[in-house]
Design a binder for this molecule. Structure first.
Ligand code: WTA
Length: 654
């Protein structure tokens, strides 16, 4: 280590534990033996998992390690992702529901595997009729309508890679992504529904395409029916394109290492990275983890409330669940439309048994209050999941009590767009969970926590999370930029994948994620993670959500600046602020006491709901704001900036 201080100091103490319910444990898909079996021979383990898929030709080699870090999985194998998601279920599950779809205005569709197969084949034939070929890239820019998963699978069927662009992104973001991977076809909708409003998707596409001269076709789903501009020869209605197509479509036999999709993810700096996922390893990873982490049973009603525009939607709405023949709920709209109990209303009506959400959503529900879930019978829920950010222990407890009825285990799943599939998570029938901890690496996954020079830190200390062995669903490269791929993920430490997150392991070997490395603060020479202080704030009964950043301080290097959103019914004043500062001092220690606390109605977030601490740092230091193009709620920033300058001018104290 470069000095005698730990890499990141870990201060949070959490001693509540929750063993798996006995009945779930007895019938679980994964039992304790799976860890030893996988550790004894990880390649044999993954090969066994890959056999659950339908292969057109078997592979010759499980993993080719000859060209680090460009690993190849299931070398020589051939398969088609849409066949694995659809065709192979037709005989036994043809009439089984694939999606209970619910639109925001309340319209519904019940889509069986047979229906979905037919929709996908017709669209695949339609795309072929437009000249889309194996090896092409297709951009998909839609709301959460059934045509979105159908479009992804139709591309997969004919061997074209899709790049889904979240429907909340701007015309500019869409343009950049189309250009970066040279898409010639865009699939979109007239508009999307969101929170009772119409999002002008087609108009955004029109604007983006002004600067994308190579795009030949746009295929447009009629969703809201509003008028849209039309470019003859380029634009085609989806329903017209598929109307006369055959209901069967010959799938392409894809190489295991052929491109399945590109998904762009924004880094803290620079242009978005086109994360490349291929076919065989990716499908193996998502199908296997979906079966074990969510303990999927034939009669489960599974609901991942993410958007297909994010990797969570790719892996755990589309490819994982469909490979496993699951029945899913898919919801188009906003969680507070028409009222703040919309999700609980849906969960009750479809008798959802598994629910997978982001902590940002959970904290929002905490803010709205327990009366909303209390109105509904949620007793069908037997398992809950969390993804996207560290879940604060109090948010975990709230989720457990108010959504899970104090019964349902919670799987806190750590992974990334880059990892493709869940990497660190409890197994619900095996793991005794601790609120706020993602528990352990899954079977077949090996992780470690290291210091600046790549040496494992002792248990109990914090450091940088790395993955030490390749895994099937790993990203293969950044589209068109192998150098940046190597530089970003593989150059820090010899042979190790750098995740970019801080973490610590407790004495039981449990992993606690500490947030992005870039967010770590340095106060009087102590490197502190933002998440632990945020969790201490959320632990106070008045607080719904918080964000903590380090701002420059002449004495201590950095000082802790906290931004806090209170629960709806709470009124904030200076006494409460003093109380919150003391609460952190008691929970964690005086070193972690925020120097300033700003109360705010909302926090700046990315469109996927992650708190943008970088902007809060800029605000705290009165700097020009950095890149705000990925910000979902721009108006909040100037409000916070005003309040922050007041707070720093008046309330600061040590
Ligand atoms: C964070 C989402 C703590 C982490 C699947 C990671 C988490 C980034 C967790 C990836 C979790 C995701 N606990 N942090 N359970 N899950 N993260 O690419 O910082 O949108 O690196 O993928 O989210 O975000 P991405």
């Amino acid at each position: 280590m470069s000095d005698d201080r730990p890499t990141i100091e870990a201060l949070q103490v959490e001693d509540r534990t929750f063993p798996p319910p006995a009945d779930l444990a007895a019938a679980a898909n994964a039992k304790a033996e799976i860890y030893d079996r996988a550790a004894a021979d990880p390649e044999a383990y993954w090969a066994e998992e890959a056999k659950a898929l339908d292969w057109m030709e078997p592979w010759d080699q499980v993993v080719d390690r000859s060209n680090h870090p460009f690993y190849k999985w299931f070398v020589g194998g051939k398969l088609n992702a849409s066949v694995n998601c659809l065709d192979r279920h037709l005989e036994r599950r043809g009439d089984k529901v694939a999606f209970h779809w619910e639109g925001e205005p309340g319209d519904t569709q019940t889509i069986t595997y047979r229906d979905l197969h037919e929709r996908v084949c017709k669209l695949a034939n339609g795309l072929r009729s437009l000249g889309v070929q194996r090896g092409d890239r297709v951009a998909i820019y839609m709301g959460m309508v059934p045509e979105l998963p159908a479009a992804m699978l139709a591309c997969a069927r004919i061997g074209a890679a899709h790049t889904v662009v979240f429907g909340g992104f701007s015309a500019e973001s869409l343009r950049d992504r189309i250009l970066d991977c040279d898409c010639r076809t865009v699939i979109t909708a007239d508009e999307a529904w969101r929170g009772g409003r119409h999002i002008p998707l087609k108009a955004n596409v029109d604007e983006a395409l002004l600067e994308c001269p190579d795009v030949e076709h746009s295929v447009v789903v009629k969703r809201t029916g509003s008028d849209v501009e039309w470019t003859e020869g380029r634009d085609r209605w989806y329903h017209e394109l598929v109307a006369d197509q055959a209901a069967e479509c010959e799938p392409e036999a894809m190489d295991a290492e052929d491109l399945l999709y590109i998904l762009y993810t924004s880094g803290t700096t620079g242009k978005p990275k086109g994360i490349v996922h291929t076919t065989g390893g990716y499908l193996t990873g998502v199908a296997s983890t979906h079966k074990y982490v969510f303990d999927l049973k034939e009669d489960d009603v599974y609901w991942c409330a993410a958007d297909c525009g994010w990797v969570t939607g790719h892996s755990y709405i589309v490819y994982g669940p469909l490979c496993n023949g699951a029945t899913s709920v898919m919801f188009e709209g906003a969680p507070n439309f028409p009222a703040e109990d919309r999700l609980w209303d849906i969960a009750e009506r479809y008798k959802a048994s598994i629910l997978y959400l982001a902590p940002t959503a959970i904290r929002m529900f905490m803010k709205w209050g327990t009366q909303h879930p209390a109105k509904h019978d949620l007793s069908s829920l037997r398992l809950l999941g969390s993804v996207g950010e560290p879940i604060n222990p109090e948010a975990w407890m709230w989720y457990h009590e108010h959504i899970g009825g104090g019964q349902a285990p919670i799987v806190d799943t750590w992974w990334q767009t880059e990892t493709g599939s869940i990497m660190i998570s409890p197994l619900p029938g095996v793991t005794t969970t601790k609120p706020g901890s993602a528990a352990q690496p899954l079977p077949g996954v090996t992780a470690d926590i290291v210091d600046e020079v790549g040496t494992s830190v002792p248990q109990g200390s914090g450091g940088y999370l790395v993955l030490t062995e390749p895994w099937p669903a790993m990203l293969r490269t950044l589209y068109g930029d192998d150098d940046r791929f190597v530089e970003t993920y593989w150059s820090q430490y010899q042979g190790l994948y750098l995740a970019g997150d801080g973490a610590r392991q407790d004495d039981d070997g449990y992993y606690w994620l500490l947030g992005r490395i870039d967010d770590v603060m340095n106060v009087s020479g102590h490197r502190l993670s933002t998440i632990e202080i945020e969790s201490a704030l959320v632990d106070h009964p008045a607080v719904a959500e918080s964000a903590v950043v380090g701002r420059h301080d002449d004495t201590t290097g950095q000082a802790i600046a906290a931004f806090v959103t209170l629960k709806s019914e709470v009124h904030g004043d200076d006494d409460l602020i003093a109380e919150l500062r003391n609460h952190v001092a008691i929970k964690i220690g005086p070193i972690a006491k925020p120097k300033s606390i700003v109360l705010t109605d909302d926090l700046p977030k990315t469109r996927s709901g992650k708190i943008m601490r970088r902007l809060l740092r800029d605000i705290s230091e009165n700097r020009q704001l950095g890149d705000v193009t990925t910000l979902a709620n721009a108006e909040v920033v100037s409000e916070i900036a005003d309040m922050a300058s007041d707070a720093h001018a008046s309330g600061d104290e040590g």
